[in-house]
Write a protein that binds this ligand. Structure first.
Ligand code: ZN
Length: 281
């Protein structure tokens, strides 16, 4: 596997470690449809390569990922075909299931162990994506937030928070939409380690290389067993249940009114301002 031909993602190899890097730094790695598709393809290619023992998922620029690219969904630059598809509950469900749920779970279910390398904002669907990885290394600057309740969203498509933060903290995190910093994320067990921003890549790669030096099939089996344990505890069923509630929340009178208001504003700036309320940076 050489350098990739993707536009929004780049893939590099370092011995038995592959780095897959989201490459929309100007948009804080907002996940466009193209990025989601290319990321899925890149991860699958790495997973299919027996020489890749560990995959690091990183984001170019100041932020890991600010979430889904809402400009494709609402506002003046929205994709008309997509807008049409998402105009009915069944169309939106199909779109979100294919584009968001299936792509995320595919990363969650990769045989190869994965490590997310997180700096700056890791927000909403950015957090969902990071949580699909087996381990997370965070820079001291990392900020985790899921403020979608402010925009009438019932979480994002997969409700990772109860599994990552514990139920009580998950409620506070989602009810308020307030951010948590890297040290708090570490204390709660959301991330494995917190390192200075300047050494984030070096520390993440060092951890990945340690894991890559283990017998790869054995590590894969351990991953599979732990993921199965979580599934037997109900994680997958809870994901399914939440996804349906999430769809319902998209279609409440409150949500419809809010969406219409956003469309009429014509500018996404205010939508982002609404989403980002509470950010200090
Ligand atoms: Zn949704």
């Amino acid at each position: 596997m050489g350098e990739s031909a993707f536009e929004t993602v780049h893939v590099t190899r370092h011995g038995n470690v592959a780095r897959v890097t989201m490459n929309r730094p100007g948009q804080r790695n907002a996940q466009s449809m193209q990025l989601i598709d290319e990321l899925g393809e890149a991860m699958a290619v790495c997973d299919g390569d027996g020489d890749v023992h560990v995959i690091v998922l990183a984001g170019e620029g100041p932020a890991f990922s600010s979430g889904h690219d809402l400009k494709e969904l609402v506002g003046p630059t929205a994709d008309p075909e997509l807008t049409e598809r998402r105009s009915t509950p069944e169309g939106r469900l199909a779109h979100e299931e294919e584009q968001y749920v299936d792509h995320c779970l595919a990363i969650h279910d990769l045989r190869t162990p994965t490590v997310a390398e997180v700096q700056g904002h890791c927000v909403a669907a950015g957090l969902m994506l990071a949580c699909m990885c087996d381990l997370i290394v965070a820079a001291e600057t990392a900020v985790f937030q899921n403020p979608v309740v402010r925009m009438t969203g019932a979480g994002v498509e997969l409700l990772v928070e109860p599994w990552e933060l514990g139920a009580r903290k998950a409620k506070e995190f989602l009810f308020t939409g307030d951010p948590i910093d890297a040290m708090e994320a570490w204390r709660l067990g959301l991330v494995n380690r917190v390192v200075p921003e300047g050494s984030l890549t070096a520390e993440t790669m060092a951890l990945a290389e340690r894991i890559a030096a283990m017998p790869p099939v054995t590590v894969q089996l351990v991953k599979r067993s732990i993921n199965k344990t979580l599934d037997l505890m109900g994680k997958r069923d809870a994901f399914d249940f939440h996804f349906m509630l999430h769809q319902f929340a998209h279609d409440t009178a409150t949500a419809r009114t809010a969406l219409e208001a956003r469309r009429q504003k014509g500018s996404m700036r205010e939508v982002f301002a609404e989403r980002d309320k509470g950010f200090e940076s």
